[in-house]
Design a protein around this ligand. Sequence first.
Ligand code: GLU
Length: 475
Amino acid sequence: MYKKRDWSTVDVVEELSKITSEVHGRYQHEPEFLQAYDEVLETITPMLKKSPRYIPMFRIMSEPERIITFRVLWVDDDGELQMNRGYRVQFNSALGPYKGGLRLHPSVNLSILKFLGFEQILKNALTGLAMGGAKGGSDFDPKGKSDNEVRSFCQAFMTELYRHIGPDTDVPAGDIGVGGREIGFLYGQYRKLENGHHGVLTGKGMLYGGSLIRPEATGYGAVYFAQNLLGHLAYTGTGYIDDQERAVAASIKGKRCLVSGAGNAAQYTCEKLLELGAVVLTASDSNGTLFFKDGMTSKDLQAIMELKNEKRGRLSELTELDNAEYKPDCKPWGLVEKVNLAFPSATQNEINGEDAKHLIDATCCAIVEVANMPISAEARKEFKAHGVIICPGKAANCGGVAVSGLEMSQNAARTTWTREEVDGKLQEIMKNAFDHCLQAFQKYTEEPNSCDLEQGANIAGFIKVADAMHEQGLY
Ligand code: GLU
C-alpha cells in the first residue's frame, strides 16, 4: 500500500508545477498533447485547490494505460508493397471499455492521438455512459486511394489491431478518414479473424448491427448543445423587452452560423441547423470555402454530401451551385461582418489568433467545437479575453460517441431502436452534458456571472473518472 499524504498541507500550485514540468519535459515533442493537457489543467486548477486529494489522480490520468504501435503492410493498385504506422492509445478504462475513434490522415502521430485520447476520456465521461477513453489510427492517407487500396489497408490494419480489442475491452469507431466504408472493411476483417459477430466497432452499417442516427449524431448533438446554451443565456440574461424577445434569443432559428469542414460532422451540423431554420453561411475543406451569402439550402447540402460521400471530391468541383461562391485558400471565419455562432467542424487548431479576432469583430457569441480542439491556444486566449463562450468539443461533440454507446447497448441486447428513440436519447444526453458542465462550473468558479463551459466540462468529466479510479483502488 502506498503512503497516504496529508493533502491539507500541500502547496497546490507548487505540486501542479512539479507535475507539469515532468509531463512537459518527457513529452516536449508532443505539442498537441501538451496543449490539451495544459488546457485541462488550467481549467480544473480551481477545483484542485479546493480538493487537492485529486492531484495524484490528474497525474495518473495524464499517462495512457497502454499504447500499441504496429507496422501496417498493404499492397497498392500497382502491386507495390506499402508501409504505414498504426496506433491505438488505450488511455483510461476506469469507466468502461476503452472507446474512441480511429483516424486515418497523413498528420497522424502519437502527439495527435494522445491529445485525442486524453480528450476522449473526459468526453466519454460526460455522455453519462460506461465508456473509457481511447484513440487510434494511422498515417495512411485515404485521399486519392481506390476502394481496393482502402480495403487492403483496412484489412492489414485490423490484422494487427484485432488482438487488442473486443466488446468488453476496446471498441473503436470512426474519426477523420474513417466512415461507413472503412468501418465495413475493418469489421469484416475483425469478424473473419475472430470467427464471431462481437459488435466490436461502432458506426457499423445498418445491415450488420449499426444504429440509426449514428452517422448524424456528432453534428445533431452539437446543434442540440448550442440550443441548450442559447436557452440558458436567454432565460438567465437580462435586458429583454418582453417574453417574445427572450424567445427569439433562445431559438437557433435565424441565427447566422459559420460552419467549417465538409465531412461527416460538418454535414450533419448543417443538416440540423437548416432543419431548425438557422442561416448556414459556409462549408469548407482544406483547399477553400464555399460561401453562401444568403444561406445554404437543403439542395446545396445534398450536393455537398453527394460530392463528399460518393465522389470523394473537393468543394472546388461544385461549380453548379448558383447561390454559392467558392473562395480558394480561404477559411470561413473572416467572411462576414455579423455572425452569431461558429461551428468549427474540420480539425484541431483550425481557428488561429487572427481568425479569432475576425469572429470577435463579427460579434460571434459562441464557438461550438464540433471538431476536437479546433481552437489554438492563442485563439482561446482571445476568445476568453472578449467573453466569447467556448462550447468545448468534449461536451459539444460528445453526441457521436454517445450514440456509439447506444449502438453497443443495442448490439448487446440484439435489438434495434427507432430513429425517434435514438434521437430522443441523444437530445437527453446533450442536455445532461450541458447541465453538468454548467453545474460543475458554477460550483467551482469565483466568477458567478460568467459561463465557462470548458472549465465545467473538464471538472465534471475529471471528477467522475477520478472517483471511479479511486473506488477501484487506483489511488
Ligand atoms: N471519433 C469520434 C469522437 O471524437 C467518435 C468516437 C466513437 O464513436 O467511439 O468522439
